[in-house]
Design a protein around this ligand. Structure first.
Ligand code: BMA
Length: 841
């Protein structure tokens, strides 16, 4: 061999080593151009993004969230828009055997034109597209153009022309997020766009397509795990595979095999001794394992490398018949878990611009509020990976709806095939997350079909009705559960939430229920007590967001609720009317906007306290409570506890206390006052319940003591007293109950036998003292009489305190630490305090 030949060989080996290491990805996200299709005016576009944010960035429309701008930008939905990009491929990428153009999400109906030819159509924003462009890609400049069709015009015409009229809206015709067409907490900004990353993927020999980890069993602390690895090869090839598990002393698993062209799955079983389990928040740690998989060719060139995270836990949804109907509870690692949480909607109307910080604020906030589950609601989007990563990390179980809500969907084969691909895609994407607890077919489609009078309002005859419902059953009772079984097989499937509509008695005997008798049904909060159900997956009450959020949105400071901007940010058909109706019932309806904000938040807390305590008292009959809704997608009056800008309403401060593992609940029932201890901990010691009654000026009227023994995880009525005997002046007194063990207070609770409306609360000034300790400001509040629902604000912000919206008892100073304000920045004059009795009637 001469010298030259050796050099070439070395070069080839080196070259192939470089080209073969990993499979190549070239990002095509970033700056694109857009235009109204058919015009020549091009503007810079941001990918990922959408048409509204691109138009706004170019000053072609105002901020759609501000003022009444939403109405001004409606025209955007009626146009077709073109997005385009010229790019030169990386030369390294061109050396691959196969090259794909990949779109993670195109929203929605679009033609994809590559170098002048239409190569595909997109029709499902939930389904990534992977287009083989190996023979189309040019060495120098390439052009991608995407023409998006108006979702409004298109869905209208598809709906009109469908053989049957599908309830309840043309939006069902497109696989596009339902809330994009407007919702009772969201704007109607029905846009389009390249919502997620775009890239080129080059494959030379073989890549790891997927890693799926399944816990087979955990016996004597040893977990047996099946690792299914799918490899995609461009041609038959011999492969060395290496698997490495973090933090165990075990050496890597290695083996060789030969794969055919195409996609093939191999299974490796391994054992993890001393396995650490993953638990929901409040029940144990959230241990996560990482496994690294690497494939190389026989020369040792690394072809691809991937890391997957997984947790070891078993989850069951137990639905056993009992004397009342049937149970509906989650059992994790053998323990029945009472579920405490909320429903989650996209954290931004333009979901793709949700930042990591916002996800983390919401999910860590849920964990700090003692939640253990969020429900990803079916009218939104399948969330980004980071959402589920954070849920894994914080111990938040995820009730995952598939993206169908409040409607009946097309059932022709093209539509159903698209649904099938979408469902498969997201099961595969999410199945390694220990947080995923349940796959749920849809939100309220079954309830709507049976209870909302669609057959009549949409004029459906018997044949059409039968066809629509058959189509529904085919997808939700047949296709989706089969996909869940095939591609996951470790989690339960629930066809529709709720199981039964809240107007039927079965709703309170079996399955899950959305209890909307309060709010939609205008029934008093007291009805929560008799309508608990087995698992309450929705219920809620609206409150206005705090003033800074409204001012940021263009609502004028001195307006009332009739302000035009405020009205355009209230989407529920009877929103303010309903809030005022309940204010009337329990308080009064104030004139000034700041008072209305504050009282609406008081009423929201009152309602949800009644609901949550009822659900928790009913344990184990009821085993879950998910209120509607955790968060907002724009600044709006809604059922949320956290607003669009992340500001907490009073509710969110109360949720943390209502969801504590051990609480006291006091309730009036049949002329008795009942005292309940509700424990999620295995407490078995003797405890003391101490009950005291006070006048509003702090004079003790009577006291009672009850020793009792908790028997573990349970809800237990510890005492009841006759109201006629003990509550002689309900409008002038309050009750304080405390549970302690060996003189250590475990939990305490104040109870007001009369509603605020009837209470004779004295006028009362709160004294404020502040002191500096370490790097924090501490406030001490003192009052000579009872002050209810005390709100602290600093420069109008109410989130800067470790507690807020609390009751201040006479003669019981309360110390509060301020958050995010250093002693050097603190100014006494910026603090403002108010309590219920100051709100003008
Ligand atoms: C529930 C949800 C949403 C709605 C909410 C409040 O039923 O499923 O459809 O936003 O009610 O009305």
């Amino acid at each position: 061999m001469n010298l030259k030949a050796i050099w070439i060989l070395v070069f080839l080996l080196q070259f192939s080593g470089v080209a073969l290491s990993q499979h190549s990805i070239q990002s095509l996200s970033g700056q694109w151009r857009f235009s109204e299709n058919g015009t020549d005016a091009y503007f810079p576009a941001q990918v990922p993004g959408n048409i509204f944010t691109d138009l706004e960035r170019n000053n072609l429309i105002p901020d759609p969230f501000y003022g009444t701008n939403e109405a001004l930008v409606k025209w955007v939905s009626l146009k077709n828009w073109k997005y385009s990009l010229n790019f030169a491929p990386d030369q390294k990428l061109l050396t691959n055997k196969q090259i794909f153009l990949c779109f993670e999400s195109l929203d929605t109906r679009a033609d994809i034109i590559f170098n002048g030819d239409c190569i595909a159509q997109s029709n499902n924003m939930f389904l990534p597209l992977k287009l083989d462009v190996t023979n189309l890609i040019r060495k120098d400049t390439n052009t991608v153009e995407i023409i998006f069709y108006s979702p409004v015009i298109l869905s209208d015409s598809l709906w009109e022309n469908y053989p049957v009229r599908l309830p309840d809206h043309p939006r069902v015709m497109l696989r596009k997020a339902a809330y994009h067409f407007g919702w009772d907490w969201g704007p109607q900004l029905t846009g389009c766009g390249v919502r997620k990353p775009v890239y080129l993927e080059g494959i030379l020999t073989a890549v790891i397509d997927n890693i799926h980890l399944v816990t087979r069993s955990v016996r004597n602390d040893t977990a047996s795990i099946d690792c299914h690895i799918s490899i995609y090869a461009t041609h038959p090839v011999k492969i060395n595979l290496e698997l490495n598990l973090n933090e165990t002393s075990s050496s890597p698993v290695k083996f060789n095999f030969e794969t055919e062209k195409g996609l093939h799955t191999f299974t490796v079983n391994f054992q993890i001794p001393d396995a650490k389990l993953w638990w929901p928040n409040g029940w144990g740690g959230q241990h996560l394992y990482r496994i690294q998989c690497q494939i190389s060719d026989t020369l040792g060139n690394v072809l691809d490398k991937q890391t997957e995270t997984f947790g070891i836990r078993e989850i069951l949804l137990v639905q056993n018949s009992d004397t009342s109907g049937s149970s509906f509870y989650f059992q994790v690692n053998g323990k029945p878990i009472f579920i405490k949480g909320a429903n989650y909607i996209p954290a931004d109307f333009f979901a793709e611009r949700t930042t990591f910080e916002k996800y983390e604020m919401l999910i860590s906030g849920a964990a700090q509020s003692n939640m253990n589950m969020l429900r990803v609601w079916g009218g939104g989007v399948y969330e980004d990976d980071v959402f589920y990563d954070l849920c894994d990390q914080y111990g938040i179980l995820v009730w995952q709806d598939f993206m169908f809500a409040c409607a009946m969907y097309p059932f022709d084969s093209t539509f159903v095939e698209s649904v099938q691909s979408e469902v498969k895609e997201h099961i595969i994407r999410l199945r390694n997350h220990p947080s995923i607890a349940l796959w749920c077919g849809n939100n309220e489609s079954d309830e709507g079909w049976h209870n909302w009078g669609w057959q009549k309002s949409f004029g459906l005859n018997r044949n059409d009705s039968a066809a629509i419902y058959q189509g529904y059953l085919h997808v939700f009772d047949n296709i989706i559960p089969s996909l869940v079984a095939e591609y996951d097989g470790t989690r339960p499937y629930h066809p529709s939430s709720p199981s039964t509509g809240w107007g039927r008695t079965e709703a309170y005997e079996s399955g899950d229920v959305h209890y909307w008798g309060v709010w939609w049904g205008m029934r008093p909060f007291e009805t929560y007590k008799s309508h608990t159900g087995r698992f309450v997956s929705e219920y809620g009450f609206q409150a206005l967001p705090n003033q800074p959020t409204l001012l940021q949105t263009g609502v004028s400071a001195d307006s009332g609720i009739h302000d035009a901007v405020l009205k355009s940010h209230q989407k529920h058909p009877s929103g303010f009317e309903t809030i005022s109706h309940y204010m009337h019932m329990y308080a009064h309806v104030p004139e000034k906007l700041t008072d209305y904000i504050y009282l609406s938040q008081y009423i929201q807390v009152l309602g949800l306290t009644t609901a949550i305590e009822s659900h928790r008292r009913s344990m184990p009959f009821c085993m879950g409570t998910l209120y509607w809704q955790l968060n907002d997608c724009w600044p709006v009056v809604s059922w949320s506890g956290i607003d669009y800008y992340g500001r907490y309403k009073a509710l969110q401060f109360h949720i943390r206390k209502l969801f504590e593992p051990f609480i006291l609940s006091i309730v009036e029932s049949d002329h008795n006052l009942e005292f309940w201890a509700i424990s999620e901990k295995n407490q078995r010691e003797t405890s003391i319940l101490n009950i005291q009654c006070f006048s509003f000026t702090g004079q003790q009227l009577w006291s009672l003591q009850y020793p009792f023994q908790l028997n573990g995880v349970e809800s237990m009525k510890v005492a009841d007293i006759k109201t006629s005997e003990f509550l002689k002046h309900p409008e002038e007194s309050y009750i304080k109950a405390v549970i302690s063990q060996n003189n250590i207070i475990l939990t305490e609770k104040l109870f007001f036998p009369a509603h605020f409306k009837d209470q004779k609360l004295p006028e009362c000034d709160i004294t404020l003292q502040c002191k500096q300790k370490d790097d924090s400001v501490y406030l001490t509040l003192t009052a000579p009489c009872l002050c209810r629902f005390v709100e602290l604000s600093y420069n109008n912000e109410t989130d800067l305190f470790e507690d807020n919206y609390f009751d201040l008892q006479p003669g019981h100073p309360k110390q509060i630490r301020m958050l995010n304000i250093s002693p050097s920045d603190y100014n006494y004059n910026n603090i403002h305090i108010r309590s219920l009795q100051q709100i003008g009637k």
